[in-house]
Design a protein around this ligand. Sequence first.
Ligand code: DAH
Length: 332
Amino acid sequence: MIEELEQTAAGATARLADVEDLDGLAALDAEYLGKKSALTQAKKQLGELAPEDRKAAGQAVNEIRGRIEAAIAEARARLTSAARAEQLEAERLDLTETRDEIRRGSLHLVTQARDRLEDVFVGMGYTIAEGPEVESAWYNFEALNIPEWHPARGSFDTIFVNLGEPEQVMLRSHTSPVQIRTMENQEPPIYIVAPGRTFRTDTADATHLPAFNQIEGLVVDRGITLGDLAGTIDEFVRAFFGGEVKTRLRPSYFPFTEPSAEFDISRPDGSWLELGGCGMVHPNVLRNCGIDPDEWQGFAFGFGIDRLAVMRYQLDDIRELVNNDVRFLRQF
Ligand code: DAH
């Protein structure tokens, strides 16, 4: 009997080692350990043995049963951990995130141009001045020798602010009012540049923006001549664009300078590009600020920073500067 049970147990452990699912395992469990199994039958038959044989046979049956139980437990552990792994794999969520390479922001190219201009002028001994963006008619026009009747007022396409008297408060149409504010507050000698936002009723197109940036320069000192102005413009253009760019002055008219000029820079193809206006500070302007024109002379200039950026970076359209398309801005 024990012999037979040993064979059954060997068969059982072999089949349990191969069983592939928990249902199959339950069937084997019933087959080898259940009521009708050879082991259970054998146990019942123990009582029929002679007492001297009973003990050894009982131990053998129990030992075999223990072996099969261990094989079942082992198979169950194997199958449950496999089922678990299968479930985990099936329910797995892919939480991997992908993202673009981390990009650092950079300064807007108008800010870069403005910073560079400031650096160039600070290097030449100038200081930076600022003024308000909302101005009065006195600072934006009158003190600059543009009285109310003056036709030049119309050419500034001014955006007026509805505060008090009509046409007395406006968004500044140029940075020239900072000249006046500086001369009111500072004794000559004066060497300043004043960058800042300016506004006109222009409709935005490829070369115009209604809100744009200018930089104003003002020098007031003794014995200042047009030659100093021409040399200064040449110097800063060279510092800003590099050695190959030339400058020239062309006679022009501004109410706040006499004589007045427009200044151009040379393009690689030899043609000229207009950059800004300049001239010797008009004696009326000096007088309006309490400065004696017989003792002090000065020059002034002003030009658009956005246009300078357009030239420097060879943009096709000035509106690129305000579209805020990161694909454009990232290039600079
Ligand atoms: N303010 C002028 C404009 O916006 C530019 C300008 C011309 C400024 C001549 C000056 C100057 O200081 O002397 O068109």
